[in-house]
Design a protein around this ligand. Structure first.
Ligand code: BES
Ligand code: ZN
Length: 617
């Protein structure tokens, strides 16, 4: 045997040591943590929720696993007040320990350094959140449906958990968590964990446990006048009492969706799947908080036509929550896989025609977005250096990612591709991985296993190069072709509206019809459409949004009041950001006038997206 050098053994030892610890962590530029030295494995929260102060205060006890015994613990925080830090070898006796809070970075917040005495295995931090915490929204009673009680909810993705918990806020540092939450006694608290009450009994003192290791961005809480209604054996909905019946009707297919997903990708691993339907200021469509998806009330269309959002958030129970992006560069692994799974669920529950319509709408928004982006932002494995990870939430990770997976499905056939995806989820369950790890797994288990179908070069091109490959999948819908032709014929005067057979149109066809209109439709044609179809008074949020975008662009004044009403009652960023962008281009004064009224009701995340667009003087 060849003699080995001391250096070799040192490396071999270090490698074995890091493997024994489970994992070598990737570099995450959006966290101050150094989990290769010290890793938080469990978070125990003891919280008091104060609506008077708009704070969560109390303490967080972090269990730490120390690879480097001399390293301090570096935590992420944003706008937190830190009162004291303690350390313990046994979670019984705690002694004060030194800590230092660094000046805040605009994107990352403040690094908190906590000294760890020899033998310390637990760290306890007494703290309070700020009333302007980026991850929390505090609603006055007037901002709720019931108008009687205040409401509070969190939104931690991407890096907002640090604004209400001092922790290692990187998606590769998975933790289990427990929480004790004290609230006003007539309100209910719910979390992304076990312990949510289904009996509607309120005590003001609630306990929760998440027993699976999850990335910190999935820790979530909601507190308010919230009630539960069952939807199926494992599924149910929480929302304000006045929204409960409507929500339960709209979400009635949830249990079917869970079963459809399990049939292809293996068992649902999280126990229950419930939803929390929030007040309209919720800044996103949905958020896949484990066991308890958070959802905007704007999906309550009255006809179940917008429930692909449920399919999407449910799909994250496999792609995202079970197998997680290790850093925000790898966000497409979460969202691209999930958008692909979402469409598969829609196909299983509502049929292939609905799937194709939604896929076409998705591809079209992707293509128009790609046309506006520079090459760097067209890449799935995007470089986010110096940027807020929330900026990475474009259609590229979602729709280009989904097209990549559909491309693989088309090339390898559904049976093989399904087996591959199921194997991918099972073999990486409860782990956070990078794009490189995915690419390796893909190479070994699909590309090389069935050679001659897709080369590694082609796959790399999808993941690492701008644009859309010319052989990208092309969703097709006869319904959509017909509707697009009708829109075109109407716009050029060849067709009257009363001959269009719109009786069987679903929301998707209405969207296709409106999106197929040319940019500069005349006010007379806008008025005609409105008269024939009642578009200004439409109750469907997606249709209203589309119509209001057209109204701004064409200067259609009868929709002005509706626009103001929409912008001052709904805070979903996907809707309000484009509307304000268009309005600001046309009439900055009007944009400013509306934004003054709307801004106080918006979530901090929505506010910081609109502030740079609307310039008031
Ligand atoms: N996880 C996302 C929401 C998110 C992403 C929040 C990045 C913060 C940062 C969620 O699953 C999502 O994608 N929601 C979409 C709806 C979906 C149907 C495309 C949304 O909110 O629009
Ligand atoms: Zn998603």
């Amino acid at each position: 045997m060849k003699p080995r050098s001391a250096v070799f053994f040192a490396f071999a030892f270090l490698f074995a040591a890091s493997l024994a610890n489970g994992q070598k962590f990737a570099n995450d530029i959006h966290s101050y943590a150094d989990p290769n030295a010290v890793r938080v494995t469990h978070v125990d929260l003891d919280w008091t929720v104060s609506f008077e102060q708009k704070t969560i205060s109390g303490f967080a006890t972090l269990s730490v696993d120390r690879t480097d015994k001399s390293a301090p613990l570096y935590l992420d925080t944003r706008d937190l007040k830190i009162f004291s830090a303690e350390a313990s070898p046994d979670n019984r006796r705690y002694d004060l320990t030194r800590f230092e809070l660094a000046p805040a970075d605009k994107i990352l917040g403040s690094k908190l350094t906590v000294q760890l005495p020899a033998g310390a295995k637990f760290v306890r931090i007494y703290y309070s959140s700020s009333p302007k915490a980026s991850g929390l929204q505090w609603l006055s009673p007037e901002q709720t449906a019931g108008k009687q009680q205040p409401y509070m909810f969190s939104q931690a993705q991407a890096i907002h958990a640090r604004s209400f918990i001092p922790l290692q806020d990187s998606p590769q540092v998975r933790v289990t968590y427990n929480a004790r939450v004290r609230t006003p006694s007539d309100l209910l608290a719910v979390m992304s964990a076990e312990g949510n009450s289904r009996t509607n009994v309120r005590t003001g003192d609630y306990r929760f446990a998440m027993r699976h290791p999850i990335p910190p961005y999935l820790i979530a809480i909601g507190v308010g006048d919230i009630k539960f209604k069952s939807l199926g054996a494992r599924t149910g909905v929480y929302t304000e009492p006045s929204m409960l019946a409507k929500s339960a009707w709209e979400l009635a297919d949830t249990e079917k969706m869970v079963r459809a997903t399990e049939r292809v990708y293996g068992p649902y691993r999280w126990g229950r799947y419930d939803l929390l339907v929030l007040p309209p200021s919720f800044p996103f469509g949905g958020m896949e908080n484990p066991m308890l998806t958070f959802a905007t009330p704007t999906i309550l269309a009255g006809d179940r036509s917008l429930v692909s959002l449920v399919a999407h958030e449910l799909a994250h129970s496999w792609s995202g929550n079970l197998v997680t992006n290790a850093t925000w560069r790898d966000f497409w692994l979460n969202e691209g896989c999930t958008t692909y799974l979402e469409r598969r669920i829609i196909e299983a529950v509502y049929g292939v025609k609905r799937r194709e319509m939604e896929a076409m709408l998705g591809k079209r928004t992707l293509i128009s977005e790609l046309a506006e982006f520079g090459p760097a932002d067209q890449i799935l494995h995007v470089d986010l250096a110096g940027r807020d990870p929330d900026d990475g939430m474009t259609n590229v990770p979602y729709e280009k990612g989904a097209l990549f997976l559909r491309f693989l499905e088309e090339k390898f056939g559904r049976a093989r591709f399904d087996a591959f995806m199921k194997g991918y989820f099972n073999s990486h369950a409860f782990r956070s991985i990078t794009t490189e790890t995915f690419a390796d797994y893909l190479d070994r288990n699909l590309l090389k296993r069935y050679p001659g179908k897709v080369s590694r070069g082609e796959a790399d091109k999808w993941m690492n190069e701008p644009g859309l490959p010319s052989d990208a999948p092309d969703p097709q819908s006869d319904n959509f072709a017909k509707v697009a032709k009708e829109a075109k014929d109407y716009s050029n005067g060849a067709l009257a509206l009363n001959v269009i057979d719109k009786k069987a149109w679903t929301t998707q066809e209405w969207l296709q019809f409106l999106k197929s209109m040319p940019e500069g439709l005349s006010s007379a044609k806008m008025a005609n459409l409105d008269e024939a179809f009642g578009l200004t008074k439409a109750g469907n949020s997606e249709i209203s949004f589309q119509w209001l975008m057209m109204s701004i662009k064409t200067g259609y004044s009868p929709a002005e009041a509706k626009l103001e009403e929409f912008l001052t009652t709904i805070g979903r960023r996907k809707f309000v950001r484009p509307l304000f962008t268009e309005l600001a281009k046309k009439d900055m004064n009007r944009a400013c006038e509306i934004y003054r009224k709307a801004r106080p009701g918006y979530h901090p995340i929505t506010q910081s997206s609109i502030d740079p667009i609307v310039k008031c003087n």
